[in-house]
Design a protein around this ligand. Structure first.
Ligand code: C2E
Ligand code: CA
Ligand code: CA
Length: 590
């Protein structure tokens, strides 16, 4: 299997959101049946993740996962073919596998294949004695694997289909938009929403006709619209009377607008006889790289709102009408130039103090942008936009270069500092990341141990096998890895432990809450204890008062960062701050 295919396969598996979910009777029923049919003690629905086989359902085993290496189920997922190992002990490949080591002798697994042809894993049966299989048994196992897939497809559909019309709903649309954004072509995209009736009309119709009759009308109209939309295009049911269509890639704004108006006139004639409804259509034209799926949905609402007020019932919601969008798009467009200019981007450094001996040996590098027109723009405003675009590579490259350059200067003048640099998950997919980093370390004479990369919990969890490999290579170089904004995501600790991180930074929202009450303190205390028991060093972010610093010290937190110690400072200010601090401590000793 090629790397690309494997990457797509993993994405497909993760999108199904099955991994690390609770057991479910609908799968267990099939697993039990498989075990009974083969008269074997062990059966499982085993999903092939990047480095493990995780069991969605199982009988006869205690644990929930085994390593992927030499797991026969992984071979089934990779080849999409049934696999039988009659005796693992004598099998040249599997004789030294994890399963053989655990005493398993017989294995049969049928592939779990999605409609798009991706192998997710296997429905497998295992025994502790060697065994043969009949063709009938193989067929039955394959049939049961299909039943598992039906169940997976069914679960996926639940919550994604509108109950009245059976059309994909808002959640499916959000997912599909995210998928489309990932393959953006740089061209604006057109999307339209038709609202069949105004709010007051809906209430009135439901009252006069009765809810079920109204649903019938909706169903009928939805199927007419779906037919007009045509083969191969999807109609989404996103609100009580609202339907969305994504225009074909090649659609041009002018002709598309004309087409929409004519469709609306057709719809009006049709509805006229059916009921008191005034439909309107909003069109949105947007640059996919500058707009998140949630924002697309929000702008569509504005579009249809404008459409109701317009003379012909159609409104184009252009980016120009939306200030927030316009601003974001402008920032994104200007960022590339900013990263090449020498007077727009700069770094500030926020020191981090050890609670052990009050020493300051490291700081976090934080990016600042002085936009020629808007002045100082907060990273909270531009980083998320840049992160979802291809400029994320330029951004991180700029930050790494500036941070290492600074460290080199400090090294030369005798200040040994360590810097924490924020990077994005997308950077871990850059094939030349490590080589460029290595070159910079050499060029500025900086030791790998002088830097640490911060990645947020959620970003790290998104990552695939190849990104994980890169993360391990970075760690192997001696570069520290910190999990940023810890507590704000929803990662499973078992998975997090597989990351080569050594530091956990507790998000400042938890630290800010600590001053408030006991419950918040208990939470932070347990985060610290848990992290320590897993071997991490703990940094608390956003410490704003001595009271909180003292509490954290009592809780054995390792380091703190926050306004109480210092706000982020420009490079030379940081050195001055350090000198003053040092003089102060010396004076205290003397
Ligand atoms: P972050 O990585 O969590 O950075 C810490 C943020 O908390 C900084 O905001 C810092 O100024 C702020 N902060 C520090 N101490 C306190 C405190 O005591 N109280 C409060 N209320 N806030 C405190 P900043 O610099 O505005 O950065 C915001 C976010 O932008 C960062 O959050 C990070 O996610 C992102 N960011 C900043 N620089 C970079 C960068 O170079 N690369 C990437 N990828 N992201 C960056
Ligand atoms: Ca950070
Ligand atoms: Ca943080």
């Amino acid at each position: 299997m090629t790397n690309l295919n494997e990457k797509q396969r993993i994405t497909c598996l993760r999108n199904l959101k099955l991994l690390d979910t609770s057991p479910s009777e609908s799968f267990d029923r099939i697993t039990r049946l498989a075990s009974e049919l083969f008269h074997l003690p062990i059966a499982a629905v085993s999903l092939t993740d990047s480095d493990r086989q995780w069991f969605k359902s199982k009988v006869g085993v205690e644990h929930n996962e085994i390593p992927r290496h030499k797991a026969p189920c992984a071979a089934v997922a990779e080849t999409n073919a049934l696999l039988v190992v009659e005796d693992m002990k004598t099998d040249p490949f599997y004789c030294d596998s994890h399963l053989a080591g655990a005493g398993v002798r017989f294995y049969a697994g049928a592939p779990l294949i999605t409609r798009d042809g991706f192998g997710l894993g296997a429905l497998c049966v295992l025994g502790v004695e060697p065994r043969l299989v009949t063709t009938a048994e193989c067929d039955a196992l394959t049939d049961m694997a299909s039943m598992v897939m039906d169940q997976i497809e069914l679960q996926r559909a639940v919550g994604r289909i509108d109950a009245t019309t059976g059309l994909p709903n808002r959640f499916q649309l959000l997912d599909d938009l995210a998928g489309l954004n990932a393959q953006a072509s740089g061209k604006p995209r057109l999307i339209s929403v038709v609202d069949l009736a105004e709010n007051s009309q809906i209430a009135n119709l439901a009252r006069v006709l009765g809810a079920s009759h109204f649903d019938n009308i909706l169903r009928r109209l939805a199927s007419i619209i779906a037919r007009r939309v045509g083969e191969g295009r999807v109609l989404y049911h996103v609100g009580p009377t609202q339907f969305v269509v994504i225009a074909p890639d090649e659609a041009e704004l002018g002709p598309y607008q004309e087409y929409v108006v004519s469709e609306l006139r057709r719809l009006e004639r049709l509805i006229d006889v059916a009921a008191q409804m005034t439909p309107s259509i909003g069109i949105l034209c947007y640059e996919p790289e500058a707009m998140s799926p949630e924002n697309v949905l929000r702008s569509l609402q504005s579009a249809v709102h404008e459409a109701r007020a317009s003379h012909n019932g159609v409104a184009l919601f252009s980016a120009a009408a939306d200030l927030r969008y316009q601003h974001n798009y402008r920032l994104l467009k200007d960022f590339s130039a900013a990263s090449k200019a020498d007077d727009q981007l700069f770094l500030v450094f926020q020191p981090r103090m050890s609670l052990n001996d009050d020493s300051v040996q490291s700081a976090e590098a934080l990016l600042r942008w002085k936009h020629p027109e808007f002045g100082l723009v907060s990273p909270a405003d531009f980083v998320p936009i840049v992160e979802t675009s291809s400029y994320v590579k330029e951004m991180t490259a700029w930050v790494i270069d500036a941070a290492l350059k600074k460290l080199g200067e400090w090294n030369a003048s005798g200040f040994r500092m360590r810097l924490s640099i924020n990077i994005s998950a997308a950077n871990l997919c850059e094939p030349d990341f490590l080589d460029r980093l290595d070159a910079k370390l050499t060029a500025y004479s900086v030791l790998p141990s002088q830097i640490e990369f911060e990645l947020t919990e959620t970003e790290m969890m998104k990552e695939t096998g190849s990104a994980m490999d890169l993360l391990h290579k970075i760690a192997d170089l001696g570069i520290g890895i910190a999990i940023d904004d810890f507590g704000t995501g929803y990662s499973s600790l078992t998975r997090m432990q597989k990351l080569p991180a050594d530091v956990i930074k507790i998000d400042r929202s938890f630290i800010a809450d600590m001053a408030e009450g006991n419950k918040e303190r208990v939470l932070v205390q347990s985060m610290i204890s848990l992290s320590h028991s897993l071997g991490y060093r703990v940094v608390a972010e956003g410490v704003e008062s001595k009271e909180v610093a003292d509490l954290l010290q009592a809780m054995r937190c390792d380091e703190i960062q926050g306004f109480w110690l210092s706000r982020p400072l420009q490079g030379d200010m940081l050195i001055r701050w350090l000198c003053e601090r040092h003089a102060l401590t010396l004076a205290q000793i003397a």
